[in-house]
Design a binder for this molecule. Structure first.
Ligand SMILES: *Cc1c(COP(=O)(O)O)cnc(C)c1O
Length: 432
């Protein structure tokens, strides 16, 4: 069994250890929720203050030119591109993940309607993130289409000649299970369907190569593994073979070919710029850039491949320790053991045969851990196939092996002492 000393030795030998110094992490906290909100980069507060006092305060409207505000979505998009296998000029940082999904799913459906009007189905996963499913439902209602929800193993059989778009999240938010993007995209294309990939739990977490996979459309989140701050702008990528084929439906002036000609007719900008809508939030983009730079700082140390190797080592260790040290407390593993099927999080289930109402206790266990400074989160289930989840995000930029050891030790103590049964840990809050 791996000991605390082993973990400390692994930290001492970790070539990525210095990257942790880029962040302000509160004392006494082991942060296992970087998959929900990344931690604060040390540069962010000063950079945002500079944008407020100098670029806004002194530069005023001139800063759209002099401070490069107008090009921010493209400039940050080029930084994101380096993390997801996209080329410069193929990505913009803008709007939210939900809004960008509406744009790209509309575009995919429009292209499918032109090329194969008989295809009336969107296929997705039943346990996809709800906002993705809601946006798809809204588009189905708008266009007389149907959304078919399947389990991951049912995807190949679901790719019938009726399918217009296969819309998937690359790494599942509930289980951390990861799809083989290249293989699934190839299967979708062989069946005549387009693909939309949500990279919310992938960008900055696992290596992604959108162009090598020949994916069609992609979106992702700025505030999770990219550390861009609460509600940070998201991003959007469209394969160049599709980018000029369609006006996305939120055709605002920032996506116009010549916004400052102020002409009454819409003419889309070439390429990905047409996926912009209106004026972008400069303070938020400035903070997002600080977050992106924390991930790009790994490039000289091996980049996403090195981050991936450490992430897998951390999640392997978490799985090993949690199942050994907490044995007998009803914990199960929802995350795949196979490396190629795992994102950067470990998700546990819990069965609690003694509970009269069958409640898993997962929510209260997570609350008891948070009270001890071990911050993970809880995701409610909806039955046997999708049980309640205790979710632990493992961000290799700022977590070490000893952090994992200590987190599991707290979990063991919470379970063994039964302290999670205390009433205060069983009161549901608005955000879980
Ligand atoms: C986090 C997440 C989102 C978030 O969407 P917002 O528009 O930022 O609220 C969307 N999709 C997936 C798969 C996510 O994990």
């Amino acid at each position: 069994m791996t000991s605390l000393t082993d973990c400390q030795q692994r930290d001492a030998q970790d070539p990525l250890r210095s990257l942790r110094d880029q962040f302000s992490i509160p004392g006494g906290v082991i942060y296992l929720d970087g998959n929900s909100l990344g931690v604060l980069p040390k540069t962010a507060a000063a950079r945002v203050a500079e944008v407020v006092t100098q670029e806004w305060g002194s530069g005023l409207i001139r800063s759209w030119n002099s401070a490069g505000w107008f090009e921010m979505p493209q400039r940050l998009g080029d930084k994101i591109a380096r993390l997801i296998g996209a080329a410069p000029g193929e990505v913009v940082a803008t709007d939210s993940t939900s809004i960008n999904l509406y744009k790209v799913l509309s575009a995919a459906l429009h292209i499918a309607a032109q090329d194969a009007p008989q295809r009336k189905l969107i296929v997705s996963e039943r346990s996809n993130f709800p906002t993705d499913l809601y946006i798809a439902q809204a588009l189905c209602a708008e266009r007389g289409l149907r959304l078919q929800l399947v389990e991951p193993e049912e995807i190949p059989a679901a790719l019938t000649p009726e399918v217009a778009v296969l819309m998937l999240t690359h790494v599942n938010y509930r289980t951390g299970a990861m799809h083989d993007m290249a293989a699934v995209t190839a299967a979708a294309h062989a069946a005549g369907a387009l693909t939309v990939w949500d990279l919310a739990h992938s960008a900055g977490a696992v290596p992604v190569d959108l162009n090598a996979a020949r994916a069609d459309f992609s979106i992702g989140c700025g505030y999770k593994y990219l550390n861009g701050g609460p509600g940070a702008p998201a991003f959007v990528w469209v394969h160049p073979r599709h980018a000029d084929r369609f006006w996305q439906p939120l055709a605002g002036w920032w996506g116009h070919a010549a916004p400052f000609e102020f002409t009454p007719g819409y003419r889309p900008a070439p390429g990905i710029a047409r996926y912009l809508c209106g004026t972008q939030p400069m303070l938020s983009l400035a903070a997002l850039e600080c977050g992106l730079d924390t991930v790009l700082a790994a490039e000289p140390l091996g980049g996403m491949a090195a981050l991936r190797a450490k992430s897998l080592a951390l999640s392997d260790l978490f799985i090993e320790l949690a199942l050994q040290r907490c044995a007998g407390h009803g914990l199960g593993l929802a995350t795949p053991r196979a490396h190629e099927q795992r994102g950067s999080q470990v998700c546990l289930t819990r069965t609690n045969p003694k509970a009269p109402d069958g409640a898993s206790g997962a929510y209260a266990i997570v609350q008891a851990l948070i009270a001890r400074g071990v911050i993970g989160d809880f995701r409610a289930g909806d039955g046997d196939r999708h049980p309640d989840i205790l979710r632990f995000g493992l961000t290799p930029l700022y977590l070490g092996f000893e952090d994992v050891w200590q987190a599991v030790e707290h979990l063991r103590q919470v379970l063994e002492s039964g302290e999670w049964r205390r009433p205060e840990f069983n009161q549901k809050m608005a955000v879980t």
